[in-house]
Design a protein around this ligand. Structure first.
Ligand code: HEM
Length: 218
């Protein structure tokens, strides 16, 4: 069934999931320590890799750039935190759907629109986060991803919404997919936080920084 305003439906149907994710990240104090910032970057890296097919199929349909540049800046910023191993972990735990596979022009499915909505929408938070990063982040830590994300909120997000409003897709399928994407983000974040807590415990026990363990195997 299609809905007159799919964006509003997606927004209200996923509001609780967003609140939960937002709260969990707020608790982290993202810019209070390089590890917490690295956890955020690793989450976004993981999501961009895992959802590349959907993001790039929709992007291609709307003549928007693929997420390759964002992925590269995530990797550079993660490197600057000293936790490049997290980046490898992200790549290992998610399915790498190379954007090369979606070069051909095909209409995105309702599920792909739903997933792309969640990832594209995260640029809205990027504005707020980039502002915070400029005030709080140590200058040696890279914030290129947040800078780009913040720009996307102004120029890319309106084009995405325009495209979403112009489609005639099954709303229920898009909403189910958006909810599943938020759920996946929650799961990845929980995994990252577990690893973070474990490594902080070890640091307390051994009295030395052992944060490179964040990038180890499960
Ligand atoms: C600390 C991290 C985050 C903060 C502070 C944040 C904050 C925000 C803010 C302020 C908005 C604009 C809300 C509005 O205009 O009413 C927004 C929108 C949105 N965010 Fe986040 N966000 C965060 C993380 C995320 C993540 C990780 C995702 C997805 C993986 C996400 C997905 C979305 C979506 C889909 C929207 C668009 C809602 C809509 O207007 O349709 N956010 N976020």
């Amino acid at each position: 069934m299609s809905t007159p305003d799919l964006r509003q439906a997606l927004r209200s149907e996923t509001a609780a999931s967003h609140r939960q994710l937002d709260q969990r990240m707020g608790d982290l104090d993202l810019f209070g320590s390089p590890q917490h910032y690295a956890a955020y970057l690793a989450l976004m890296h993981s999501l961009h890799l895992a959802m590349a097919d959907s993001i790039n199929c929709v992007a291609n349909h709307l003549n928007l750039s693929s997420n390759e540049v964002l992925i590269r800046s995530l990797e550079q910023d993660l490197d600057s935190t000293g936790h490049a191993s997290l980046r490898n972990q992200s790549a290992n735990t998610t399915q790498q759907n190379g954007s090369d596979t979606v070069r051909e022009r095909r209409s995105p499915s309702a599920e792909q629109w739903g997933t792309a909505y969640v990832i594209e929408g995260s640029s809205m938070g990027g504005v707020f986060l980039y502002r915070q990063a400029q005030q709080k982040l140590d200058p040696y830590l890279g914030s290129e991803f947040l800078r780009q994300l913040s720009g996307h909120a102004a120029d890319r997000w309106p084009r995405f919404i325009e495209g979403l409003r112009a489609t005639d897709i099954d709303s229920d399928r898009a909403i189910t997919s958006a909810k599943a994407t938020f759920r996946q983000a929650e799961i990845i974040l929980e995994q990252l936080l577990l690893r973070l807590n474990r490594s902080e415990d070890e640091e307390r026990t051994h009295g030395s920084s052992n944060l490179s363990d964040l990038g180890g195997q499960h």
